[in-house]
Design a protein around this ligand. Sequence first.
Ligand code: FPP
Length: 253
Amino acid sequence: MSSDRPSPEAAALDPERLPRHVAIIMDGNGRWAKQRLLNRVKGHEKGADSVRAAVKACREVGITYLTLYAFSTENWQRPKMEVDALMALLKKFLQTETEDLLTNNIRLHAIGEIDRLPDDVRQALDHVLTQTRNNDGFHLILALSYGARSEILHAARGIAAEVAAGRLSPDAIDEAQFSEKLFTCDIPDPDLLIRTSGELRLSNFLLWQLAYAEFYFTDTLWPDFGKEEFFRILADYQGRERRYGRVDPEQAS
Ligand code: FPP
């Protein structure tokens, strides 16, 4: 994940108009493998290389937050062999990348129902979270056993408990207070969401946090997703006008 000299595509981007936070639904590993008559797990393995490439691309242009949907709450329902392989891949990734994360001032975050992960994976994760907790050059957020509805329910229960204890009046609940109860409390909302593999769905990902994000859907399967396409998507993002529900002042009359 070390940083190289910026490529021409990266240099062509306007550094003032980059998304601060990009979120990605990494989809299509299984289809990538099927097209090659390989086991689905091979697709996930190749997908892990795309994860490294995406981190590197973000750092090359100066994006500071990247959230990756690595495992959803629904993914527990996949065949045990595939779940086990994904967990083993995650553990290996955590172990092999720690040094790079430390060298490059990258902080790892995890969002989701982390206590559902197998003990060995949770221990590997806790280790990296602790080791990188003071890093602030780049933030890599892994969504693991993550589901947005469950996250929102968890936040609602936290707010309800404060109301029941008399510490909070229902009238005083605002968006900022609610956001503080989410797994993402210390992370800014994503500016750009990318989903690979041609599916046009959010699949229970960051439903609260994506309220004002720009969306980009590409047919590319995640294992084929590389930095050239990432930079093209960033150029497309820079051509968009983000109004947050307001009217462009020049069009107001
Ligand atoms: C979706 O493809 C992908 C996943 C469920 C897992 C994502 C995992 C990785 C990219 C591997 C490694 C990640 C880390 C952080 C090391 P799919 O299996 O649903 O593909 P399909 O829709 O083509 O079947």
